[in-house]
Design a protein around this ligand. Structure first.
Ligand SMILES: [Zn+2]
Ligand SMILES: [Zn+2]
Length: 271
């Protein structure tokens, strides 16, 4: 499986991680070294609350291959509530390439969830103004996520459905709305046959890979602390599912990341 990893030109990108979290933040140099050893050339460190944004911006400022987003996760109910103006202003940093992660999580939040929908709309408005893509987290809320994106986005937003665990109809509807699908380590789990079926069915042009580290470590590290270098296991599983060479899947998912987040910045270096 790892045979192609000796290819020095191969690049894999972790499209979603949280390397500022305490489990990983202590060993950034080690994380970057293992990324390099595994051809993982870039990682997008995703914001979940404004109080911790400085940690992410510091990493993105210090390391050229670490990118940042600005947003407040739908599971965080005890934190600063962002305004659209605030998200727009904070996303002005040169390494901020996305708004999020945002979305809806009805698995975690019970009772009245209108506050989640309102926060989601705030992020969509910021994405419209900045023209930056949205990073969307959705759990047990697929229909509402799509409805709100249609109503509030009005065809003027794009982005990614991260850590995909939804159905094929949801994936196809998302792609139609201009969204990519990002697969995490869950793709490698034994019981994730439904997700592999979605990965097989949708076009490679619509796919990215991620770790969502420190969570959801792929096989064979399931249950351990995850980190960006492990995205190669997700990529290898995706290649197996798509019946394509690993280096081809690496190149295509890397191009998709560049197109969505970096406006094709330095695409020539990956061809
Ligand atoms: Zn998430
Ligand atoms: Zn996340």
């Amino acid at each position: 499986m790892a045979a192609n990893l000796g290819n020095v030109s191969m690049q894999i990108i972790d499209s979603h991680c949280h390397i500022n979290f305490p489990e990983l933040g202590e060993d950034i140099e080690g994380i970057l070294k293992r990324m390099e050893e595994n051809s993982v050339t870039k990682a997008l460190c995703v914001s979940v609350q404004l109080e911790k944004l400085d940690e992410i911006l510091d990493l993105a400022t210090k390391y050229p291959n670490i990118y940042a987003s600005v947003g407040v996760h739908p599971d965080n109910d005890n934190c600063e509530e962002p305004t659209t103006e605030q998200l727009v202003q904070l996303s002005n940093h040169p390494k901020v390439v996305a708004i999020g992660e945002t979305g809806l999580d009805y698995f975690r939040a019970k009772g009245d969830t209108e506050w989640q929908r309102e926060r989601f709309r705030t992020h969509i408005d910021a994405a419209k103004i900045t023209q930056k893509p949205l990073i969307i987290h959705t759990r047990e809320a697929g229909n509402d996520t799509l409805d709100i994106l249609r109503e509030q986005g009005r065809g003027k937003v794009r982005g990614v459905m991260h850590c995909f665990t939804e159905t094929l109809p949801f994936a196809l509807a998302s792609i139609e709305l201009g969204f990519l699908i990002s697969f995490s380590g869950i793709l490698t789990f034994k019981n994730a046959e439904d997700i592999r079926t979605v990965a097989k069915a949708i076009p490679i042009d619509s796919i990215m890979v991620e770790t969502d580290s420190p969570y959801l470590a792929p096989m064979p590290h399931r249950g351990k602390t995850n980190e960006p270098s492990y995205v190669r296991f997700v990529l290898e599983e995706l290649a197996r599912v798509k019946e394509l060479p690993v280096d081809v899947v690496a190149q295509r998912t890397t191009e998709n990341f560049h197109t969505l987040f970096l406006n094709n910045e330095s695409t020539e270096s990956i061809l």
